[in-house]
Design a protein around this ligand. Structure first.
Ligand code: FES
Length: 293
């Protein structure tokens, strides 16, 4: 079995022209790296973390042409995150090892189109949207291997189920290993990057709030208490409506279906239908300013 797997993989590499090998290597390795990047991110599946998949979906939903679909996904963020991560590993491994290669290429193409519509549809100029470039690359690769595969399709398909099983097992191992490494990276990932001034500390009284926007334009809300400052994405984790602060109830309320969040307890849900806490936004006091970190 292993020998047959090895033979199929090596034959596939040997029988391809260099242009195809380069595309295949780049696409396969990039997809594995994308999965690994998510698997080793301690916040990717952690509701409330700034790198949480739900926080990304919330941000994307403010300006994407598929906002409706993204809003539906927000309340299932963890499942969506796991699906994306496993899919990336599976597509990358299947591409490099030549397991169901056309299906893998179609998966890579579909994922790139989805990411382009979700996150970089409005990139200007358009060629800065790497997802659209990857969509074209996957499509070209798919068309090329479809023509090339006519010769040895039958012998390849016979043990297809077992090979796909191996790919699934490898994807699960990669995901597990990534999560293991992520524990060691928690401190590192907490490092701040670019800092943007939000408001002068003196103009934000204790007990006051301020609306602002994070880098991708998503609405956020800043709080100042006796102990410091903190902020949340003002995007409901149910289906993406904008939440507002109610000074009467001291909660963040969603006007769409009535969810309420407690800003003084890590943004946790007080009243459903939302189930996940609001996404946190990292802010800090630096000199006379409150900054986005
Ligand atoms: S979007 Fe449904 S409760 Fe907020």
């Amino acid at each position: 079995m292993i020998q047959s797997f090895y033979r199929t993989t090596t034959h596939s590499w040997r029988s391809q022209v260099w242009a195809l090998r380069i595309m295949r290597l780049w696409l396969g390795a990039t997809w594995i790296y994308a999965g690994w990047d998510k698997a080793t991110d301690p916040g990717f599946l952690t509701p409330g973390a700034s790198s949480f998949i739900g926080t990304h979906l919330s941000g994307y939903s403010t300006q994407s042409p598929i906002a409706l679909a993204l809003n539906k996904m927000i309340e299932h963020s963890v499942a969506v995150g796991v699906f994306v991560m496993i899919s990336e590993f599976t597509i990358g491994l299947a591409t490099l090892l030549w397991v169901a290669p056309t299906t893998a290429a179609f998966g890579g193409f579909s994922m790139s189109v989805g990411l382009w519509l979700a996150s970089s549809f409005h990139a200007n100029p358009y060629f800065l949207a790497s997802n659209s470039v990857y969509a074209i690359l996957w499509l070209s690769y798919l068309l090329m291997i479809r023509n090339k595969r006519k010769g040895f399709t039958m012998s390849f398909e016979r043990r297809g189920v077992l090979r796909i099983g191996i790919i699934a097992a490898l994807s699960a191992i990669f995901t597990g290993a990534g999560k293991f490494f992520s524990l060691a990276l928690i401190q590192e990932s907490a490092q701040a990057s670019a800092k943007t001034k939000i408001v002068k500390l003196a103009s934000l009284k204790v007990g006051a709030t301020k609306k602002f926007a994070v880098a991708n334009g998503a609405p956020a809300i800043l709080f100042r208490t006796k102990t410091g400052v903190f902020a949340y994405l003002a995007i409901c984790t149910h289906q993406g409506c904008t939440v507002n602060y109610s000074a009467t109830s001291k909660t963040l309320k969603c006007p769409c279906h009535g969810a309420e969040f407690n800003p003084y307890a890590s943004g946790k849900v007080i009243t459903g239908p939302a189930t996940n806490p609001l996404g946190k936004v990292k802010v800090a006091i630096e000199g006379a300013w409150v900054i986005l970190v």
